[in-house]
Design a protein around this ligand. Structure first.
Ligand code: PNS
Length: 159
């Protein structure tokens, strides 16, 4: 069975993430969406909240499962027999960082990274942008699924 992992902080999941997960699910027998910690970012949602939101939006894909991990991505891959990481690339600005991570993961554990071109309609989309827009009252309803929109509203009301 060919398994792939779509790792990320997913804080929160956007339609851009969802598009990559859906497309990856048609190329692999199983896709694991894994919520990991990115130590360079602070988060708005807890890991449990992020998992819940992702599960709700990926339950229509029978070969997609959602999990979380605290630690190195390659250690998760080794423990679960996953040898392929799938990541979306939005623009050249993503490339340096993503290439570096892909090379570290290849060197550390022989885990391949496959990059999937983000659909043009999502090329500007990021979780950080969504949070910034939502914080100042911008309309993000075209960028995130309804349950994420609701969670953003609730979370920002409490700020
Ligand atoms: O959605 P993000 O924040 O771009 O995802 C980055 C993430 C979480 C995939 C990356 O930071 C990661 O793999 N973190 C786990 C720790 C790890 O393995 N770090 C080494 C990669 S160089």
């Amino acid at each position: 069975m060919r398994s792939a992992i779509c790792p990320g902080s997913f804080d929160p999941m956007t339609y851009g993430h969802l598009d990559i997960v859906e497309r990856a699910s048609s190329h692999f027998d199983q896709v694991i969406v894994a919520v990991l910690e990115n130590r360079t970012k602070s988060s708005l949602f807890t890991v449990a909240e992020r998992i819940e939101m992702i599960r709700e939006n990926t339950k229509k894909f029978p070969n997609v499962i959602v999990d979380s991990w605290y630690g190195l991505l390659v250690d998760y891959c080794k423990a679960h027999g996953v040898d392929t990481i799938v990541k979306g690339l939005r623009a050249v600005s993503d490339f340096d960082y993503e290439l570096q991570m892909a090379q570290v993961n290849l060197q550390a554990a022989n885990i391949e990274t496959m990059f999937m071109a983000t659909a043009p309609v999502h090329s500007f989309l990021s979780s950080s942008l969504v949070k910034e827009l939502a914080h100042f009252g911008g309309d993000v309803s075209m960028m995130v699924p309804p349950n994420v929109l609701e969670a953003l509203r609730t979370s920002l009301k409490g700020e």
